[in-house]
Ligand binder design. Structure first.
Ligand code: MEV
Length: 425
């Protein structure tokens, strides 16, 4: 045993006051007084609030929130808050939206606000019989689920449908029950998980099997957000640009290696809005990637075509489990502000806007990649980060950024040397 390594076994860490926790971490990691002061600075999320959001809270991780401009969605102009650490993500949405604004912008729709909860049943020798026995209980199941959440039912949501599948697995046949629940303006995880847990013992009893997992599915394919948009040929720079962008899409749709990056770009936009509104980025990301693989091969979340007039038409469709109530959407003061800036009054409205942002993001990435390449725009913004990392402050940041971009050398060693020269001058 290395006696120099401090122990991570800290009993009762969660019971300590925040300042004491910071002190313990400082002892463990050798943090300076300045480091500790940095941790204690929680910005626009009060420590008392944050301390109730997660366990063992010691600090916040602020990332920039920008606002995407130029978006016209379903005939209404929107400013869309985006929280991201990646330079160029907000600019990409603004650019794509500007190029479609005069032609009318984005049109969006949604398949519904239904979530799926799964109940896993094992140990039945007659899975087909068990499946039908569960289906026969539709009315009982509906009543039990709705009784779990009378408020949701009052708001027009509640149990909607029942699906039961027999699944062939490495561990033998399983009977998987899907509770399909309209969760309205809630993301719905709590609502459907409660229903699944309530129902599971009954399913076990009706079938003489054993229930195991009771949890929502993040493949929320009954909650699909869709957006479409036409970019006029003139606005994007002509047929050669359009065809190069189409070819880039064809590549992504045919090749999972490219599709992963193509969809990552889409999620740059999607996750930034999901985060700025206090929603669950991982839930939306898991749903998106699972949906992208629904055909048995991972493919593009967007589709790109040429209209009869020769313009470029883009479409996106992806699961979008976001809510306006519950979780960080209500607790985090900046998330509440994000929703206020957006001016949305339903989870559906939010989901549709996010789909439009995902499509806009993909447009800009394809256009940049198919024309000048991604590095030109990226580097201009990246240069600012390098300038700050090299120690530039105040007006030096812009001056040094310009020098780095002009030289075409966005590197730390160059930044340090150029900063020294600027300071001498
Ligand atoms: C970078 O974060 C995102 C892109 O790689 C997306 C793409 O390649 O389509 C530019």
């Amino acid at each position: 045993m290395n006696t120099l390594t401090p122990s991570s076994r800290i009993g009762g860490f969660h019971k300590l006051a925040v300042a004491q926790r910071i002190e313990r971490v400082a002892q463990f990691a050798g943090l300076s007084a300045e480091d500790q002061a940095q941790l204690a600075q929680t910005g626009n999320l009060p420590a008392e609030t944050a301390d109730h959001m997660i366990e063992n809270f010691v600090g916040t991780m602020n990332i920039p929130m920008g606002v995407a401009t130029n978006l016209r969605i379903d005939g209404r102009d929107r400013l869309v808050p985006m929280a991201t650490e990646e330079s160029s993500v907000v600019a990409a949405v603004c650019n794509a939206a500007r190029q479609s604004y005069d032609a009318g912008g984005f049109v969006t729709s949604m398949s519904g606000t239904q979530m799926i909860a799964q109940i896993q049943l094992t140990g039945v020798s007659d899975p087909q019989h068990a499946r039908v026995r569960i289906l026969e209980r539709l009315d009982d199941i509906r009543a039990m689920c709705d009784a779990c959440d009378p408020v949701l039912v009052k708001l027009g949501g509640g149990f909607r449908d029942l699906e039961v599948r027999v699944l062939d697995t490495r561990g033998g046949a399983m009977v998987i029950t899907h509770l399909i629940v309209d969760t309205r303006d809630a993301m719905g995880a709590n609502a459907v998980n409660t229903m699944a847990e309530k129902l599971a013992p009954h399913i076990a009893q009706w079938t003489s099997g054993t229930t195991n997992l009771r949890i929502l599915s993040n493949l929320a394919d009954r909650r699909l957000a869709r957006a479409r948009c036409v970019w006029p040929l003139d606005a994007i720079g002509g047929a050669a640009v359009r065809d190069a962008m189409l070819s880039a899409y064809h590549f992504a749709d045919a090749d999972p290696y490219r599709a992963a990056t193509h969809n990552k770009g889409i999620m740059n936009g999607v996750s930034a809005v999901v985060l700025a509104t206090g929603n669950d980025t991982r839930a939306v990301e898991a749903g998106a990637h699972a949906y992208a693989a629904r055909g048995g091969r991972y493919a593009s979340l967007t589709a790109w075509e040429t209209t009869a007039r020769g313009d470029l038409a883009g479409t996106i469709e992806l699961p979008m489990a976001v809510g306006l109530v519950g979780g960080a959407t209500k607790v985090h003061p900046t998330a509440r502000l994000g929703l206020k800036i957006l001016g949305v009054s339903s989870a559906e409205e939010l989901a549709r806007i996010i789909a439009a942002v995902g499509l806009a993001q993909n447009f800009s990435a394809l256009k940049a990649l198919a024309t000048t390449g991604i590095q030109k725009g990226h580097m201009a913004l990246h240069a600012q980060n390098i300038a700050m990392m090299a120690g530039a402050v105040g007006g030096e940041i812009d001056r040094l950024t310009q020098v780095l971009v002009a030289k075409g050398l966005v590197r730390m060693d160059v930044a340090e040397a150029e900063l020294a020269l600027l300071r001498q001058a």
